[in-house]
Design a protein around this ligand. Structure first.
Ligand SMILES: NC(=O)c1ccc[n+]([C@@H]2O[C@H](COP(=O)([O-])OP(=O)(O)OC[C@H]3O[C@@H](n4cnc5c(N)ncnc54)[C@H](OP(=O)(O)O)[C@@H]3O)[C@@H](O)[C@H]2O)c1
Length: 329
């Protein structure tokens, strides 16, 4: 059926500026790491993208290697874009990344100029796009000078194949250097994409301050700790869940987090939210965070998660109670 986006799609979403820059992202963005690959149900992915856009989610995040198999999420996304979203390209912020293994030989991963720019060309072809809105270095490369990787991002932007440059998984000090190099090259760093959730707190030590000082946005990934921070695993491990597949999330992760999940769920209920909603609100309470980058396996999950925006403030007692649970042994 022809897709006609909801006319009221911009009414319920909040849009936040990326640091000091002009670009705004929805407070909730959708990533296509899982459930959009060649082995997944195409129509489910399509329904998720349609629902997301209807809810005001204008930002879809990809990477060269998302699948499985690697590349297939970009291919499927390209098909859906063509079928459903071709009239709405200017309403969308599409990002992709290069950094992880994509092809054989010495030029198929990490941060050389050769790899990064070849990968962007491949991504554009798979998605059927002339440009992406944000192009990221997906991970720092310990063996390539930072200048080389940043020069490749700068080139991507200057060539018009990307509108903005971003970095992902860069520790604070390296992020500071990368931001400085990009500034000198004349292509400022728009945004950093780090892992951050109630369970993964490293960004609080230094990175968030660096980004704030430099006016760079922050879009945390896995804000639900891949689903651990939801009611999904309260009573065991459901079939078809990410933990049941034992690839990126392990059954042992569920077991070790179980007591905390139960206690956090009780706090969420007192706030009148689901645990997933509270976990997203908790990340968004920090004004240095531009958007939370969620994943989903159904359109219904996206609906529920966007409802987190109805309450993103916490009183001190709630924050202390949450902290006590997270830090308990
Ligand atoms: N830059 C990087 O290195 C990097 C790394 C990882 C991810 N990312 C990006 O971040 C995005 C999000 O990562 P993520 O998928 O790990 O994020 P996440 O939001 O922490 O986890 C998403 C998973 O949580 C479960 N879930 C979501 N909403 C739920 C709800 N309301 N109730 C119960 N369960 C719910 C689903 O699992 P089930 O499938 O079990 O239903 C879903 O697939 C990725 O798609 C990607 O774009 C980037």
């Amino acid at each position: 059926m022809t897709y006609i986006p909801d006319k009221s799609r911009y009414g319920g979403m909040k849009y936040n500026r990326c640091g000091k820059w002009g670009l705004k992202l929805p407070a909730v963005s959708l990533g296509l790491w899982h459930n959009f690959g060649g082995t997944d149900i195409f129509e489910n992915g399509r329904a998720m993208l349609r629902r997301a856009f209807d809810l005001g989610i204008t930002h879809f995040d990809l990477a060269n290697n998302y699948g499985p198999p690697p590349g297939s999420a970009e291919e499927n996304f390209g098909k859906i874009l063509k079928q459903d979203f071709s009239a709405y390209r200017d309403e969308l912020i599409i990002s992709t990344k290069a950094g992880y293994l994509m092809w054989a030989g010495p030029y198929g991963e990490w941060g050389s100029r050769k790899y990064v720019l070849a990968s962007l060309n491949q991504s554009l072809k798979r998605m059927g796009l002339e440009y992406v809105d944000i192009f990221y270095s997906h991970r720092p490369d310990p063996d390539t000078p930072l200048e080389e990787t940043m020069m490749a991002l700068d080139q991507a932007v200057r060539s018009g194949k990307a509108l903005y440059a971003g970095i992902s998984n860069y520790p604070a000090e390296m992020a500071r250097e990368a931001i400085q190099i990009l500034k000198e090259l004349g292509t400022p760093c728009l945004i950093h994409q780090p892992k951050y959730s109630m369970f993964v707190r490293w960004v609080e030590d230094e990175l968030l301050d660096v980004l704030d000082k430099e006016g760079v946005g922050c879009i945390p990934f896995s804000p639900l700790a891949q689903g651990l921070l939801s009611d999904k695993y309260l009573k065991g491990i459901p079939e078809n869940s990410r933990a049941a597949r034992e690839v990126f999330l392990k059954k042992s992760d569920v077991e070790s987090a179980h007591d905390k999940i139960v206690k956090l769920n009780a706090i969420a209920q007192q706030r009148g939210q689901s645990l997933a909603q509270m976990a997203l609100a908790w990340v968004l309470k920090d004004s240095r965070v531009t958007s939370v980058l969620i994943g989903a396996s159904s359109a219904a999950q996206i609906d529920k998660n966007v409802n987190a925006l109805k309450n993103t403030t916490f009183n001190n007692d709630e924050l202390l109670e949450i902290e006590k649970v997270i830090k308990s042994e």
